[in-house]
Write a protein that binds this ligand. Structure first.
Ligand SMILES: [Zn+2]
Length: 323
């Protein structure tokens, strides 16, 4: 068996490639912007370049690499192991895995990003040792994943675990998916930015965020959000804390369906804020929980932070590769 595995997170805004050793240690990483307009092949080559850069930094080459796992922002068919559509990237009717395999000339394992982030935390992170686990990943969107009886639950056509599109408010805020009231429209960077745009630009409220955004809050970084949040900026705290409360409520809904022992919260935004979001998530969770006691369900912050999704991709490629 080759000693190293590549895990790649193909996100809507960035590509993150990591090299993982057979001891499940991240030995190097490389990041670049996703340019989905380049299409599947162009993006495939960007992922390959990122992986090569990470390998180079660790003094390794392709001959040291076994399988490759790629996390995609869409559902993956468990029958074929491939995905035909990636709405977040604007791709339709193209077999992603088949095309990526031609570019990498290696065996590739594809799975949904939220599922893989949850898998990483379950296998070797914050949720290790639990059998039933739910994961939420707050990034540009809101990813999710479910582990039941120690197994990733993917459901019909791989569509399970799309926790970001659970409706938490009837006829509520418009979500990127076209529906109204999805939790992603309340707790994701896209949702936060829309609120800033409304409160600061349209309603003229004052915020130190304006110093970083130049009137357009779309591309605002998690680190800037954390900075303004930690500085106690009223608008930032109001928007984020409101979103975290709603996330806790969504998690309580899931708890009544799955009754998990542990719920993990990760993603770029969570990592930047560390434990500070937790009291608000917990409040939303406890106030809306049914049957279970808050003590039955451990709420935890992701151990791997930004690496959770690519780490899960690597874990998945290693496990699948051995079968
Ligand atoms: Zn939605």
């Amino acid at each position: 068996m080759k000693k190293y595995t590549i895990g790649i997170d193909l996100g809507g805004t960035k590509i993150l490639a990591i090299v993982v050793s057979d001891k499940m240690k991240v030995v190097s990483r490389s990041k670049c912007k996703t340019k989905s307009a380049l299409g599947i092949d162009g993006t495939g080559f960007r992922m390959k370049e990122s992986a090569e850069e990470a390998l180079g930094d660790a003094g390794l080459s392709w001959k040291d690499v076994g399988n490759i796992g790629i996390a995609v922002p869409t559902s993956v068919d468990p029958q074929t192991g491939d995905a035909l559509h990636a709405p977040a990237l604007g791709w339709k009717n193209q077999p992603l895995r088949t095309r990526f395999q031609q570019i990498f000339r290696k065996k590739i394992f594809l799975e949904n990003d939220g599922n893989l982030g949850t898998l990483a935390e379950f296998k070797c992170g914050a949720a290790k040792g639990f059998k039933h686990v739910v994961g939420y990943f707050v990034g540009t969107g809101l990813g999710g994943g479910i582990i039941v009886n120690g197994k990733m639950h993917t459901g019909v056509r791989g569509c399970a675990g799309e926790l970001g599109h659970e409706i938490v408010e009837y006829h509520g805020r418009k979500c990127g998916c076209g529906k109204l009231g999805c939790i992603e429209a309340y707790c994701s960077k896209t949702a936060f930015c829309r609120q800033f745009q409304k409160l600061i630009v349209a309603d003229g409220m004052k915020s130190i965020l304006s110093e970083y955004a130049d009137g357009d809050f779309k591309g605002i970084k998690s680190s800037v959000l954390a900075k303004c949040y930690n500085a106690g900026d009223k608008i930032t705290c109001r928007v984020l804390n409101g979103g975290f409360y709603m996330l806790g409520l969504a998690a309580a809904n899931q708890a009544s369906v799955i009754a998990p022992e542990c719920i993990v919260f990760g993603g770029g935004v969570m990592e930047a804020l560390s434990q500070k979001a937790m009291p608000f998530i917990k409040k939303g969770f406890v106030e809306n929980l049914f049957a279970l006691s808050p003590n039955d369900v451990k709420l935890k912050i992701s151990r791997f932070g930004d690496d959770a999704v690519p780490m899960g991709a690597a874990v998945y490629a290693i496990e699948k590769g051995e079968v």
